[in-house]
Design a protein around this ligand. Sequence first.
Ligand code: COA
Length: 145
Amino acid sequence: MEIRPATPEDLAAMPALRRYIAEETPRHRAFIKHVLPMDDMYLALIDGEFAGSVITDDHLWGRGFVWLLWVEAGFRWQGLATALMRHAEKLASPPRLFTSTSHSNLAAQRLFEELGYERSGELRWIDDPGLDLYYSKAVKPRGEL
Ligand SMILES: CC(C)(COP(=O)(O)OP(=O)(O)OC[C@H]1O[C@@H](n2cnc3c(N)ncnc32)[C@H](O)[C@@H]1OP(=O)(O)O)[C@@H](O)C(=O)NCCC(=O)NCCS
């Protein structure tokens, strides 16, 4: 597996990436198009094929935040989300990396808890009328394992 920054050119080269973006909600689609040229979206590739992605930056008041995490259906349960989250953790500035998921997403909740994330709070109305759960985890300075 390879993890590398996504480029706008990847959209032309990878039908699965195009399909993923097309299937997202208008809000998510606009966000993905906004971050693509900024190198804040990373792709997980298996044999050159789009298998998953993570969008992460430090725009939450200077703190690292994972905005979107996605693994293609055919590549799930193989540790890809774990690898993408670990990638985001390596990029994040200390002291903590934050992320969120909806109250109904039990898979993501279990994933974050298995990776050592702690609940940091809740926010209502982002996904009207649902509840989003926020998580965070302490991260080490870059280069320190
Ligand atoms: C949630 C998601 C990212 C998991 O990706 P994945 O590559 O299959 O996850 P991993 O293989 O790294 O799994 C790691 C752990 O996460 C948990 N997990 C993953 N998928 C799960 C599921 N469907 N149900 C319950 N737990 C799940 C398990 O604890 C798993 O550990 P285990 O294999 O030892 O049981 C993927 O299903 C996905 O893209 N879903 C749609 C988008 C989404 O929900 N994004 C998440 C945040 S918004």
